[in-house]
Design a protein. Sequence first.
Length: 305
Amino acid sequence: MFNFMSKKGITFTLSAVLMMGTLVGCGAKTDTKTAASATPAASASASTKPSEAPKTDLSGTITASGSSALLPLVKQAATEFMEKNPKVTINVTAGGSGTGIKNVADGTSDIGNSDVEPGADYKDKGLVDHQVAIAPFAFIVNKDVTVDNVTKQQAADIYMGKLTNWKEVGGKDAKIVLVHRPDSSGSRKLVQQIILDGKDFTKDGITQENSGAMKTAVAGQASSIGYVDTPYIDDSIKALKIDGVAFSEENIKNGTYKLFGVEHMYTKGEAKDPAKAFIAYISSKEFQGKQVRDLKFLPADLLKK
């Protein structure tokens, strides 16, 4: 009896050992598959080329000067870009479109901001144009002026000195006080091209160096008139209609409102980082789609759609 039971015990023990061996074998197969499936990923990682490594952060300083009309947009873009790229510093100044074009041509600035295209004397300077927005412009008057609309011809005659009293255009009996921008101003050149048909401004009146100063002067001087791009317009002044048409995106698209400019950022030769990346940011769908309109500009491709 003892011997029989011993044999059965041995047989059971051997069976158990065999079963455990089978289970271990299955486990070994599973581990092998896992290791095999991981191998290609490891190989791919090992074969990654150095050129595919993440790029280093942008760094450096960008100087941009020129158009005061474009200044609000460039300053906002600079603030956002520096937040995203803390190793980049962007210095933005105004001075007028002519100054911006001269500075970038001379190498004083990395970017020259302008409301107008460069003159013929810059033809061979290697300037590259980056169009970043459309800016509606408007004639602005002190809030005591009762006129709400002028024709294109009346506006031209006012700024050429042919009309000197508001009663001549349907307003009250008051001398028209002209506020100008300097010769370097792109805003001045736009008004001269679009409204005065290239003719000369009268020398009467006062001159303000930038768009912000122009708005402040008109707001503070009774019976005055000036001109700015619409991002500067607020409740302290009144914008006039031209030929009965108010500035708006739709009226610019349908061609009934003609006082607007294409805003340019010029570089000398092809832009290089970090200026290249900054211009790309301003031109991006993200910035063009929201911030540009929030700042009361219009997208650069508006008239191409």
